[in-house]
Design a protein around this ligand. Sequence first.
Ligand code: R5P
Length: 316
Amino acid sequence: MVETSFISCRINVRQQVEFLKIIGGSASEALASKVAHELDREPAKIEFNKFPDGEKYLRILDDVKGEDVVVIQSINRTPDEFLVEYLLIVDTLKDVGATKVVGFIPYFAYARQDERFKPGEAFSFKTVSKLIEIVGTDELYTIDMHKHRVVRSTDLFKIPSQNLTAMPLLADYVEKTGNLQNPLVIGPDAEAAQWAKVAAERLRTDYDVFEKKRLGSENVQIRPGKLNVKDRDVLIVDDIISTSGTVVGALEILFSQGARKIDVACTHPILVGGALEKIYETGANNVIGTDTVPSPVSYVSVAPLIAEQIKKAGFR
Ligand code: R5P
């Protein structure tokens, strides 16, 4: 099983958070404002525009000379655009004299292509990681990054990096909304064991993991786990819901085995096409996601998680 969080290099822990600037890329402006609010400050100003041919234009309006800057930018929905934006922001910050740039990439796209599965394919995860380093990211934080086969971040990042988890926040929300009674937590595939374990511990309950075989980008084959789900409330947890093939497969099995009420929680609600509708049509009681990817179900904000980490690391 892969670890839930990792630290590839030691990150300094200081107590004071002073002089720090927080900048949100256009994929995460609202999230960056929330993080700044948690830290009693205003986000730094940045202007975004597009040239007539579609190229991105941006200008950092605050003076960041000699400052540590936190850049918050999920690489979601239109990943190529938001990746380029992240690269432009970080490179510009370094050019105009920022001392240290700390990247928070709550949703890290391209992580699922974490291997060259067929000869000649792009190993996208490696390429994107390289770009993020080359522009001058000094430290990197991700949240529930998909790293199925890449177990250790040192295999990919040479800079200090840490993968945080939003599962405790999601589990707390599920407990607080009180829809489920003593739920069994289910991870729909082997990788999800790490998240199911964290959520189950938080909810002081048990968990099980299904087996998944991917047949195509939208089709999966799922086999049930060992625990009896009859008449149990269930919480399915995963890192990403994209097409919802995985979650729908898990829901069908759980209902066929007699589960009572099922909530679905994920960190990154990408929800392409009619994914959300499919989940509800299959009978889910509630779908809950975080704001790493803004969506109609982003009820849980990861702002406290990011703010807490900034405080712990004590960037100057
Ligand atoms: C894959 O292993 C991930 O953890 C998710 O289960 C997957 O990305 C979900 O994708 P989809 O919603 O398209 O099935």
